[in-house]
Design a protein around this ligand. Structure first.
Ligand code: FMN
Length: 176
């Protein structure tokens, strides 16, 4: 049984990105989904001074360990003003201080969604540029635009998007 991390890059209780990440991770065959909700990790705002005086928070080490135990990562990033949400960037920055290889060379399906028509295209671009330098093996990326028009509880309602996503889930499956 493979372990798939489903991570929403947001601290919103009703995060659409968490919803998408969990939905997609659950589609990976012969796997169990480990949901990572950033609200469950109580991390102070990253500061070099805090790191120097108090070290790396235990909660960041716990998150790093979770990534270590996984076989693959499904992540969907919230876009705030064209970039990462503060909650995600903060966790990412802390993790990068534990190990530059944040993503541990695990196969990753990288996604973003937003209620708008660009579907988090800017944050997806940022992550595509940065994540591989921190150890992500991105097998595919996927942007879901206009989340509330294209997603229902049963999944993606747009056939073209749904077919595209299926192919990308297959790529992740093959890489596990
Ligand atoms: C401070 C802030 C900035 C935002 N900036 C963007 C943006 O640049 N692009 C975008 O598509 N949506 C933007 N949004 C809308 C988010 O995409 C929307 O809140 C979405 O639900 C966030 O994902 P989440 O539900 O997973 O947290 C912004 C929302 C907030 C609160």
């Amino acid at each position: 049984m493979k372990k798939i991390i489903a991570l929403g890059g947001s601290n919103s209780k009703n995060s659409i990105n968490k919803t998408l990440a969990v939905y997609v991770a659950n589609k990976v065959a012969n796997s169990e989904t480990i949901v990572v909700d950033l609200n469950d990790f109580n991390l102070p705002l990253y500061s070099i001074d805090l790191e120097t005086s108090k070290g790396i928070p235990e909660e960041a080490i716990r998150l790093d360990n979770l990534i270590n135990t996984a076989d693959g990562v499904v992540i969907s990033l919230a876009e705030h003003n064209g970039s990462y949400s503060v909650a995600f960037k903060n966790a990412y920055d802390w993790m990068s201080r534990i190990d530059k290889n944040v993503w541990k060379d695990k196969p990753m399906l990288l996604m973003a969604t937003s209620p708008g028509g660009r579907g988090g295209a800017s944050v997806l671009q940022a992550a595509n540029a940065s994540f591989p330098r921190l150890g992500a093996k991105i097998v595919a990326d996927f942007s879901l635009p206009s989340f509330y028009d294209n997603f229902s509880n049963d999944g993606l309602t747009n056939e073209a998007l749904s077919n595209d996503l299926k192919q990308k889930i297959d790529l992740l499956q093959e890489a596990l």
